[in-house]
Write a protein that binds this ligand. Structure first.
Ligand code: SF4
Length: 726
């Protein structure tokens, strides 16, 4: 009898007729995979594959990367500028000159009537670093508004704020190679296998060579929690309490690294005083992890020769987001786990170039991690750009999450939205609708004309996407990699870089300031401005970056290959050169479940979705695998309410309601439901989004809802379908 392959149809891989493979970097998440796009003999992108020689992904891609070539021809790409006199009227197609002239005239009119800061700009983590640098020059040095921010406030600003408070600067200190050396991995609020599959694959590669414990802290039994050695199903929003308790046990049992603390940190005594109050018994009553488990985890981490902590939105999207990051840094500072192989605090970033905007966009400061509050920094940049130093503000303006309320109060009259979609991504959709209606003028710049926010615009700029342009992205581990223009921009869409340069030429200051004509010219300015700084790009060129498949900063002119880890010498960016240990009392300050709204609402991403589905919602296979707004619910809780698997149910919070399909699973505790956050008119109708006081990031992951069975399933299906949009 014959067994095996001879009795089966052999697997066939379709020949797509690729005649050339072009190098670029994936434009979805911040893992930073090197990718090659295959072009057929008609010049059409038909395939994508991972680059084997790239250290990040070693030939692998996740589901999104594999179908990334489909983006170039995806539906509803903006093909020409659009304009209308009043919002909601039909758009008219216009020339680029007409759209740019009207927008610059509106900016000037609003600024003359209401002051420079009455016009705001909200950008993204999606565009190239050179585009961020150019936009920063335009916003700070030419238009001169201080109400300028990015959508990274919704995802990474707690990490930025926490790094600055602990180390004196932003900049993730570790790298993926730390998995190869660590003896204990602690992961907070990060479902790595779904959110960052290739980073997870790097972790599994390390685990195949050498076993070390994985501890996952998450209220749900996520995919990552299922793979962990220890899963801590924490009460939502109480990570700070657990982290204080871990530090408490480590100090109580003498597991700290005294020599490291004395040589490299400040304020140990006041920190130790605070954590003394968080004995495991007290902490267990708040965070829901039993005393013994807290002690065991503290011992595992404290005794590890090298321990690393990673985290994502479970920490950042909380009213204690920034404190959570500082508490992670505290834990790693007292155990001497910063700047050594396998010992680090590593935030796992979301968007492909969230790091690029943090480094160069001037949203929170000035280019190259300079601060608006520092007179020397203002002088350096004003001189370099050729503007009057006094034109720059002396402190940062509003964060994105404060810009929208300022529109509501009439302080801000005009807005430029670039590659972000607040009508889906911001909390409390109903309030956002009213806010957008209040604007005197809105311009939306996006690759897709059907992006929900564009419903409220007066002018629409069609932007080129990802590999229709050339420039750099920085990934989670500070690796700068090159995106090349695989194909020309779609129809009459233009690169964001071109749009910013054109806008600058319509302002008086824009004629004085030099705006290079190519992204490589902008990159060379960044190299000059970063020379000798922590964020040093001076040793990089496009050619070297492509040859090495990405270079980690700092990389100075004498350096060929960049730097894997920061703070290896124990010297930090605070004035005294030390890292700060900061004692953090826990204040319970968020909405909690109660009688009328008895469930926690937890939100998050699934592997098929990205960035409010503006792109992934249009890619056949990605949309096919997860097209329906749904919630995970515990079967026991569902039974009590008469809610059934596969039917529709209504979720209601104090802000609004949403209809979702029910997926019953034991992965979720009885008092919680989970809903993916990328569907329009769905979960953010419910969210409250109280803000972290330091980072102004919303607490997307914790608010209170009730769940009800829906009698009219047909009507519910219609409502649910409306939330799919694409
Ligand atoms: Fe792209 Fe991230 Fe997937 Fe890599 S893991 S292919 S960077 S989406």
């Amino acid at each position: 009898m014959l067994f095996g392959r001879k009795q089966k149809n052999p697997i066939k891989i379709a020949d797509k007729g690729v005649v050339e493979w072009k190098y670029t970097t994936c434009g979805y998440c911040s893992t930073g995979c090197s990718i090659e796009v295959g072009i057929n003999d008609k010049g059409v992108p038909v395939s994508s594959r991972g680059v084997g020689s790239a250290d990040v992904n070693r030939g692998k891609l996740c589901l999104k990367g594999i179908f990334e070539h489909d983006l170039f021809q995806s539906d509803n790409r903006g093909s020409t500028p659009l304009m209308r006199d009043k919002r909601h009227e039909p758009f008219k197609e216009v020339s680029w000159d007409a759209a740019l002239d009207r927008t610059s005239a509106e900016i000037k009119r609003i600024q003359e009537m209401h002051g420079r800061d009455a016009f705001a700009i909200v950008s993204t983590g999606q565009i190239m670093t050179e585009e961020f640098y150019t936009l920063g020059k335009l916003a700070r040095g030419v238009i001169g508004t201080n109400n300028y921010d990015g959508n990274t406030t919704l995802c990474m600003s707690s990490a930025v704020s926490g790094y600055k408070r602990s180390f004196g600067s932003d900049g993730p200190p570790g790298c993926y190679e730390d998995f190869e050396h660590t003896e204990c991995l602690l992961a907070f609020g990060s479902n790595l296998p779904e959110q960052h599959p290739i980073i997870y694959w790097r972790l599994t590669q390390a685990l195949e060579k050498r076993k070390f414990p994985i501890i996952v802290v998450d209220p749900r039994v996520t995919m990552f929690a299922q793979k962990a050695d220890v899963h801590l199903a924490i009460q939502p929003g109480t990570d700070l309490v657990l982290l204080n308790a871990l530090a408490h046990v480590i100090l109580e049992e003498g597991l700290e690294d005294r020599a490291y603390i004395e040589a490299n940190t400040s304020d140990f005594e006041s920190f130790a005083e605070i954590v003394k109050q968080y004995d495991p018994g007290t902490a267990a009553a708040i965070c829901g992890i039993d005393e013994d488990t807290i002690r065991n985890v503290a011992r595992l981490y404290g005794n590890a020769g090298a321990g690393m902590t990673i985290w994502t939105m479970g920490i950042n999207q909380s009213t204690h987001g920034s404190d959570g990051v500082v508490a992670i840094n505290n834990l790693n500072l007292i155990t001497g786990n910063i700047g050594k192989p396998g010992g680090t605090s590593l935030s796992i970033t979301g968007q492909a170039n969230a790091m690029g905007t943090r480094e160069w966009s001037s949203c929170s400061g000035l280019p190259g991690y300079r601060a608006l509050e520092n007179p020397e920094h203002r002088k350096e940049i004003a001189n370099y750009w050729g503007i009057d130093e006094d034109f720059l503000p002396k402190k940062r303006g509003l964060f994105q999450t404060d810009i929208f309320p300022a529109i509501e109060t009439g302080q801000i009259k005009g807005l430029w939205i670039i590659a972000t979609n607040p009508m889906t991504s911001m909390t409390n959709t109903d309030r956002m609708r009213k806010i957008m209606e209040k604007l005197d003028f809105l311009v939306v710049q996006d690759a897709y004309a059907d992006v929900e926010t564009n419903e409220y615009s007066h002018v629409y700029f069609p932007a080129a996407i990802w590999a229709e342009k050339q420039g750099c992205f920085t990934n989670t581990e500070r690796r700068v990699n090159l995106v090349t223009n695989v194909v020309a921009p779609y129809k009459d869409s233009k690169s964001d870089f071109w749009i910013f340069n054109q806008m600058a030429s319509r302002f008086e200051n824009g004629k004085k300031v030099r705006f290079p004509e190519t992204t490589e010219g902008a990159f060379n300015e960044m190299r000059e401005l970063s020379k000798g700084r922590m964020l040093d790009y001076s040793g990089m060129t496009y050619e070297k970056i492509e040859q090495q498949r990405g270079i980690q900063w700092p990389c100075n002119e004498a350096d060929e290959t960049g730097t894997q880890r920061l703070y290896v010498d124990g010297k930090f960016q605070h004035a005294d050169g030390k890292a700060k240990l900061i004692g953090l009392p826990f204040v319970d300050n968020n909405e909690r479940p109660e009688n009328e709204f008895p469930f926690w609402l937890n939100t998050g991403r699934v592997v098929e979705h990205f960035h409010t589905r503006t792109r992934t919602g249009k890619i056949g296979n990605l949309n096919k695998f997860s097209p329906t707004p749904y919630m995970e619910m515990n079967p026991d809780a569902a039974k009590e309410l008469g809610v059934k698997h596969g039917e529709y149910a209504r979720l209601t919070s104090k802000r609004g309601d949403a209809v979702v399909m029910v997926q019953l699973t034991q992965r979720i505790p009885r008092n919680m439901v989970f809903v993916p956050f990328h569907f329009h008119d769905c979960v953010n109708r419910l969210t409250l989004g109280l803000l972290d006081p330091h980072s102004r990031q919303p607490a997307y992951k914790q608010c209170a809802v009730r769940v009800e069975a829906v009698a009219d399933q047909k009507a519910a299906a219609v409502r649910n379908k409306a939330a799919r949009t694409y």
